[in-house]
Ligand binder design. Structure first.
Ligand code: SF4
Length: 162
């Protein structure tokens, strides 16, 4: 929810319409049943991406858009090929919809992402997003002697010029 609010705020700043194709939590739990213990980048994540991309492709199909894409693959925690495969698969379900497989990490894209996150002081979520990723992150942190994730507490900070 916090990330969505950040997304809406940024879209408003840039004058870009925000389309809220909110996800169906019950359906997500149904789809991922039996994959509760998959590792991140495993099958559960492919299902998760596909569920969202199908919704995106469906919206595009019904609203006159021909191309869909995602910046999800820019994250170093994500498998770019896995994200792309899910997008291509979802787009193929609708006539004349193409998934644009642009690699946003190119041309210092990852660096730019961090710069913008700092400029905008975006919320910095410390886990991917589902309850299983939160569980796994907390287990890992505990094994490292670190505190558990504190929800809603971490934000990027503007760089202070010296
Ligand atoms: S929220 Fe993240 S970790 Fe959880 S299933 Fe989706 S992509 Fe995988």
């Amino acid at each position: 929810m916090l990330r969505k609010e950040e997304n809406i705020r940024y879209c408003e700043d840039l004058g870009i319409p925000f389309v809220d194709a909110d996800y169906d939590t019950d359906r997500w739990f149904d789809i991922t049943k039996g994959h509760e213990n998959d590792e991140e980048r495993g099958e559960r994540c492919s299902m998760c991406f596909e569920m969202r991309f199908v919704k995106t492709a469906e919206y595009a199909f019904h609203n006159g858009f021909k191309v869909i894409t995602s910046c999800l693959g820019i994250s170093r925690w994500k498998d770019f090929k896995q994200v792309t495969a899910a997008g291509v698969k979802a787009a193929s379900l609708f006539p004349e919809i193409t998934y644009w497989d642009y690699n946003w990490r190119k041309d210092a894209g990852s660096q730019r992402m961090i710069e913008i996150a700092k400029e905008e002081e975006f919320y910095q979520q410390q886990y991917c997003g589902c309850v299983y990723s939160l569980r796994d992150m907390n287990q890992w942190r505990t094994s490292q002697g670190r505190d558990k994730v504190q929800l809603g507490k971490d934000y990027y900070k503007k760089e202070v010029e010296k």
